[in-house]
Structure formats: structure tokens, C-alpha cells
Design a protein around this ligand. Structure first.
Ligand code: DGL
Length: 265
């Protein structure tokens, strides 16, 4: 039986998650970017919920058996409702695998979390990190300017450094680990690493392959996952859908998936 893996985000952020899963599994990958409603990060809970359910419905219609919510904002607000509304699909968010990696990496157990306004307000990372280790000290900060800057293609511009520093300056010298609680932020990893050389930076995309494997074991569907034996022999396919296109989406699509055309729906 084919077992496609669906992934959604509000825009380009989840493409990094899609790339990691595409490299790890031969299952068909279906990616949906809800670019029309971007950004999710400061929308009302009601709308984030509505968009997230719509995205899941779209992926289900395309055949996805596992839905990876590659948007922290959706995972923070809508994960439980998605699971309730789609009991016939497996649904995994990005929060748990990222939090587990941060706990494993941090030596002083002082962890910074950055994300969108709704993700930070929800305290989902604080709760998950504390569930994993009650002694951990979590410093969190919403960074609402970062997603628009990334979506505008400013991720490699020096101007973004002062904005990052403004957001992190109050706690960056206390922490040893910074969890990127928004799938857009990995595009800033190089700049953040240059600014604060001592930080371990946790990109939830990187841990999603093992996150999917562990989730599959816990839900007893591991037999449906086909692990890629070698990147050269990859058998899987990716289909990318978006409901709006801009120059940044085209550029990042080419960057993550050279030679693959996306579909406008
Ligand atoms: N990339 C998404 C996240 O992880 C959402 C960014 C946005 O649309 O504001 O939260």
C-alpha cells in the first residue's frame, strides 16, 4: 500500500522539513504551502485553526496518510483539533522532536526559544521542555519581524543581524542552546551562528526524520515507511503545491528542490 507523507506550512519554511523527509524516505512526499494566508504567526487562533484544518483536508484529498504539521504556529494552536478532525490520518507536529533535541544538547539546561507571536503565547515549547526536564530554564521571545523579512528574501542581508540581536539580547548570554521554534528561521541559522558562536542552534527540520520514525513506531505504522538507502537511488517523488506564488517561493523551491516544478492550486 502506498503511504504518502503530507507536509504543510504557511509558506516556504516547511520546505526545509520536506527536504529532510524527502532525503530520508522513499515514500511519496506532498507539500502544501498556504501562501495566501501567510503569515500565520499573528493571526487569530480561530483563523489559524481554520487554515490548518483546510490544509490537512487538502493533503488528505491528495492521498497523504501521515500529515506533518511543519508550522510551529499551527502545531501550537491546532494540533489537537487536527487529530480529532482527522482520526483516520496520523498527525505529527514539529514541537516534540525539536524540544527533545534541545534538552539532549543543552549542558546548562538554559534554553532560548524563538517563534511567532502565537507560538510563544501558547507556551507550547515551555510546557514540552519542562515536561521533558522539570529543571530546565526557558527564555522565550516572539520575533514577529523575522518571517516577513525572510519571505521578502532578506535572510542573507546584514540588516537582519541588528533585528535578531534586539530580540535576543536580554537572554542570549545566559543560554547555551537556542531552539528555532518557527520553520522559517533555519534560513537564518548561519547569521545567528555568526553572531553568537557559543550557541547550539536547534533546527526542528533536522530532527524530523527521526521524529517521524519514532512517531511511526509509537503508532505502529513503521512498516509503511520506506527508508531511503542512498540519495542517488532515491525512489520517492515530491509534489509541491502552493495557493500563491511569489519570487521568494520560486527561489527557495529551486534551492531546496532543484529541477522540480511546483503546482499552483
Ligand atoms: N513557519 C511557520 C511557523 O513555524 C509560520 C510562520 C508564519 O506564517 O508566521 O510558525
Amino acid at each position: 500500500m502506498s503511504f504518502p507523507i503530507g507536509i504543510f506550512d504557511s509558506g516556504v519554511g516547511g520546505l526545509s522539513v520536506a527536504r529532510v523527509l524527502f532525503d530520508s524516505f522513499d515514500n511519496e512526499i506532498i507539500y502544501f504551502a498556504d501562501s495566501v494566508h501567510l503569515p500565520y504567526g499573528n493571526k487569530s487562533e480561530k483563523n489559524i485553526l481554520r487554515y490548518s484544518l483546510g490544509n490537512t483536508r487538502f493533503l488528505k484529498e491528495k492521498g497523504a496518510k501521515l500529515v506533518v504539521v511543519a508550522c510551529n504556529t499551527s502545531a501550537a494552536i491546532a494540533l489537537d483539533s487536527i487529530r480529532k478532525n482527522f482520526p483516520d490520518r496520523h498527525v505529527l507536529g514539529v514541537v516534540e522532536p525539536g524540544a527533545a533535541k534541545a534538552i539532549a544538547q543543552s549542558v546548562n539546561k538554559k534554553i532560548g526559544v524563538i517563534g511567532t507571536v502565537r507560538t510563544i503565547e501558547s507556551r507550547i515549547y515551555v510546557n514540552e521542555l519542562k515536561r521533558l526536564n522539570s529543571d530546565v530554564k526557558v527564555f522565550q521571545k516572539a520575533c514577529p519581524l523575522l518571517v516577513p523579512l525572510i519571505e521578502e528574501g532578506f535572510e542573507n542581508e546584514e540588516i537582519i543581524d541588528s533585528i535578531i540581536n534586539e530580540y535576543l539580547k536580554n537572554f542570549v548570554h545566559s543560554i547555551d542552546t537556542l531552539l528555532l521554534g518557527c520553520t522559517h528561521y533555519p534560513l537564518l541559522t548561519r547569521r545567528i551562528a555568526k553572531l553568537y558562536s557559543w550557541l547550539k542552534i536547534i533546527d526542528s527540520a533536522e530532527v524530523m526524520a527521526s521524529g517521524v520514525s519514532k512517531f511511526a513506531e509509537s503508532q505502529s505504522f513503521s512498516a509503511h515507511l520506506k527508508f531511503t538507502e542512498s540519495r542517488k537511488k532515491r525512489l520517492g517523488q515530491i509534489k509541491i503545491y502552493t495557493n500563491d506564488v511569489n519570487e521568494v517561493f520560486e527561489r527557495l523551491c529551486k534551492h531546496f528542490f532543484p529541477g522540480i516544478r511546483f503546482n499552483l492550486v
